[in-house]
Write a protein that binds this ligand. Structure first.
Ligand code: TXA
Ligand code: MG
Length: 339
């Protein structure tokens, strides 16, 4: 179904009360609102309303087997959604919430509808560290189910323009607070198993988690292999339209070959040099600093897609824990399951 999508600018530091009330009313009546978080933009709906959540799956073209993260104001609201709030959950939430850590816990079946969790026995909860997201959660007084606000399998949005490009005419409202700071999605940790297991690396690192709760199973290796226990993580994901190639060096030789074949090429070397372009080549260097790189990688992929390049060549960052999350996303974006 096509309907008009409203886009409203919101101050990221002091969200305007009237705009937040308007957005909360859309959520309360079962609509869909895209909003900024500290990681990427999310596409939110009332997590307790089955029909509202069904609209999210339809708007994204997301398979019903892939469960959603439920966003909450904090520990108290999270506790209403789970069957068992463990000591580990308490310690991690105290340390990292609000922030980019998603906790998977046994679901309270009486409260959380099947559709949110893809029928599974667990629910994923996270409290976002963004004033607009938090204002919206507080104003509507409901937990908000929100996947990243992109069409299924595509690159997550870090600006309202990215959301609009993918979901215009499919959702009610976009709250535009400019680019998000984190740039890649939250860490997902399964606390419903022992030892706890990393399902998706993110901005909170395994070492930071282990400092608080001791050893976890780091099932997601830097190879980008995903555990079967996180539905939807095995497919090609986070992908630009262009073919993405990961290369060990700065890719100059491969780039020259592709240009000679008449291809339009995007190139992302690890470097602090400036952007340059010409003759079908678009060079967008990203810095050899994991946090700064993460903040910009998705917007760079979106930009190169918009330029209509056929191939994007990415110099793969070093194989160490600091780069774990970025390497995971790059491997998925390239569609390589073997790392
Ligand atoms: O940073 C983020 O996490 C963003 C912002 C909007 O909060 N959200 C996000 O949502 O990335 P989404 O739906 O694009 O990714 C959620 C991931 C999916 O891979 C999903 O399979 C996994 O979390 N997930 C959700 N619920 C789960 C559950 N109960 N058990 C295992 N994995 C789960
Ligand atoms: Mg997503």
């Amino acid at each position: 179904m096509e309907w008009s999508t409203e886009l409203i600018k919101v101050d990221p530091e002091r969200p305007e009360g009237d705009i937040i009330r308007h957005a909360a009313a859309v959520i309360q009546r079962g609509g869909m609102v895209a909003f900024p978080t500290e990681t990427v933009y999310g596409l939110g709906a009332n997590a307790l309303n089955e029909n509202a959540v069904a609209r999210i799956f339809a708007a994204k073209g997301r398979p019903a087997t892939n469960p959603l993260i439920v966003h909450v104001t904090g520990i108290e609201q999270a506790q209403t959604l789970v069957d068992y709030w463990s000591q580990e959950a308490q310690l991690l939430a105290e340390r990292f919430w609000p922030g980019p850590l998603t906790l998977v816990l046994p679901r309270n079946r009486g409260v959380v509808p099947d559709i949110v969790t893809a029928g599974g026995p667990t629910v994923a909860v996270r409290s976002p560290a963004h004033k607009v997201a938090m204002a919206l959660l507080l104003e509507c007084g409901l937990p908000i189910a929100a996947p990243s606000a992109n069409r299924s399998t595509r690159v997550s949005p870090t600006t309202a323009e990215h959301v609009l490009a993918g979901l215009k005419g499919r959702i009610d409202l976009i709250l535009d607070s400019g680019p998000t700071s984190g740039g890649i999605e939250s860490t997902v940790l399964n606390l419903a198993v022992s030892p706890p297991r990393l399902l998706r690396p993110g901005l909170v690192t395994p070492a930071q988690i282990e400092e608080i709760i001791g050893p976890i199973e780091r099932t997601v290796q830097s190879t980008g292999n995903a555990p079967a226990t996180s539905p939807g993580m095995l497919e090609r994901h986070y992908s630009p339209r262009a073919t993405l190639l990961l290369i060990d060096d700065n890719g100059k030789a491969r780039t020259a070959e592709l240009l000679a074949e008449g291809k339009r090429v995007g190139s992302i070397p690890l470097s602090t040099e400036s952007d340059c372009e010409g003759n079908g080549l678009f060079v967008r260097p990203l810095p050899p600093d994991a946090a700064a790189y993460a903040a910009r990688i998705y917007s760079t992929l979106h930009e190169l897609d918009a330029k209509g390049v056929d191939t994007i060549i990415v110099q793969i960052p070093p194989d160490n824990e600091e780069w774990l999350a970025v390497r995971d996303r790059l491997h998925r974006a390239s569609g390589r399951k073997d790392g």
